[in-house]
Ligand binder design. Structure first.
Ligand SMILES: Cc1cn([C@H]2C[C@H](O)[C@@H](COP(=O)(O)OP(=O)(O)O[C@H]3O[C@@H](C)C(=O)[C@@H](O)[C@H]3O)O2)c(=O)[nH]c1=O
Length: 197
């Protein structure tokens, strides 16, 4: 597994070694010890999967304390542009985002720690999106930020008129009015100390 930091060092890209042969392919999609080496102890409790057509944009989403979630995300089929926004007030990269193309050819994955808002847009005809979360879904703590917030300024890579949103996402608050985490509370080294059991 090749692991590289993005422009926001707490957000990591994992690229597995894929073994192809006449039958198809094989790769290890998750190894706890690899995540522990690079992030710290993570206890995933929920796996999710969604399927969407071209232009579907899900996000930007996060859950408020005490149900904050880290996510390890990848695409099982198709291509998406995946985005993580640092919403930890006081962080050196507060308000900044990283956008990484995830696809089912390289099987690359993105680690999005607690303290970030997350979203993706589908760039292929369809995409199946799969991810692990380290906290349960908590609808009462569900929160979001508007996908086209001018202060965040994400280039989603497709024309605005092709973007399809849920009613909820079309009405998410703008960044300046949204819930923010505190960097001190949600520093990755604090949430996931590497030497923990
Ligand atoms: C996220 C979630 C939704 N649901 C239900 C609620 C709702 O009826 C239906 C669809 O929910 P949503 O519209 O919120 O689904 P979706 O827009 O796909 O939400 C997801 O977006 C991506 C970007 C994320 O980062 C995820 O954490 C999650 O927020 O599924 C669950 O039962 N469990 C879950 O964990």
């Amino acid at each position: 597994m090749q692991v590289t930091a993005t422009a926001i060092p707490d957000v990591l890209v994992f690229v597995p070694k894929v073994y192809g042969d006449g039958r198809g392919y094989f790769f290890e999609s998750f190894r706890k010890e690899v995540l522990k080496e690079h992030v710290g102890q993570v206890d995933f409790v929920q796996d999710n999967e969604s399927k969407s057509g071209f232009g579907v944009l899900r996000g930007l989403h996060f859950q408020k304390p005490p149900f904050t979630q880290s996510k390890l995300v990848h695409v099982t089929d198709g291509v998406v542009l995946d985005v993580a926004v640092d919403i930890r007030e006081g962080s050196p990269s507060y308000g900044e985002h990283v956008a990484v193309k995830l696809d089912s050819e390289t099987h690359n994955m993105l680690w999005i720690p607690q303290g970030f808002a997350h979203g993706f847009v589908v760039l292929s005809d369809e995409a199946v999106f799969s991810y692990k979360c380290d906290n349960y879904y908590a609808p009462d703590h569900d929160a979001g930020i508007r996908w086209n917030d001018p202060d965040i300024g994400i280039d989603w890579g497709i024309p605005q008129e092709r973007i399809q949103l849920s009613e909820k996402d079309a009405r998410q608050p703008f960044f300046k009015d949204a819930f923010h985490f505190s960097y001190d509370e949600f520093k990755q080294e604090k949430v996931y100390p590497r030497n923990s059991a």
